[in-house]
Design a protein around this ligand. Structure first.
Ligand code: PRP
Length: 206
């Protein structure tokens, strides 16, 4: 079974779950992008690419943020909420300044273009979306946008830049996802693994 994991802490935490299940060491050697063990092939991919690897069946299953699958509108099966990487997607802006609420059109800087568009559309608020790739918090500070739509985890980045969360759009956490064909072809393997992952969660809660 091929498994796509997002580079970094979440991959490490998922591999720890595998260690608990199989009682073996599961880890990527430095700079290695794949490794195989106990019938699994693990792939180390960028967070934003996990859903693509799974959707195209280069991986059978994967772990990815709910924010990412929502933004990409990925055609995958969501199997389980792993509860890792918890965060919110929020509208944020300069602390104490709510003048954006009185504008006829709000300028919004974001990496999450579709989530932002849908949110303001549903509220019936005209919004001009500016796509950025990172350091989104800078945009309102230098007049590029009125507000941002971005991921908030600890809130530290906002605080340190004189900004605040204005509206929470959605809550997110890492989800175990599967390719739809793989789920049919490898149903037993995938469901067995899912059961064993759930077992680990049960013992952790005790
Ligand atoms: C994310 C997000 C915020 C920050 C939020 O950025 O875009 O900037 O984390 O975390 P906090 O609430 O704990 O401060 P990331 O580190 O992914 O960098 P980027 O947005 O510049 O790509």
């Amino acid at each position: 079974m091929k498994i796509a994991l997002p580079k970094g802490r979440i991959a490490e935490e998922v591999l720890e779950i595998f260690e608990q299940i199989f009682n073996e060491k599961f880890e990527f050697e430095s700079r290695k992008l794949v490794f195989e063990k106990s019938g699994f092939k693990f792939m180390n991919v960028r967070n934003w690419d996990v859903a693509t690897y799974v959707e195209k069946q280069a991986a059978d299953i994967g772990v990815v943020g709910f924010d990412v699958i929502t933004e990409l509108n990925s055609d995958v099966l969501e199997l389980f909420d792993l509860g890792l990487g918890k965060c919110r997607v929020s509208v944020a802006g300069i602390k104490g300044d709510d003048s954006y609420k009185n504008k006829t059109q709000i300028v919004v800087a974001t990496k999450l273009v579709n989530i932002a568009k849908n949110y303001f559309n549903q509220k019936g608020i005209p919004a001009k979306i500016i796509k950025l790739n990172g350091s989104i918090e800078l945009a309102p500070l230098v007049g590029l946008s009125d507000v941002i739509v971005d991921i908030v985890q600890t809130g530290g980045t906002l605080r340190e830049n004189g900004m605040e969360e204005k509206e929470v759009i959605m809550y997110s956490s890492a989800r175990l996802i599967a390719n739809k064909n793989s789920f049919i072809e490898k149903k037993k393997e995938i469901l067995d693994l899912l059961d064993r992952i759930k077992e680990v969660y049960k013992t952790r809660k005790k």
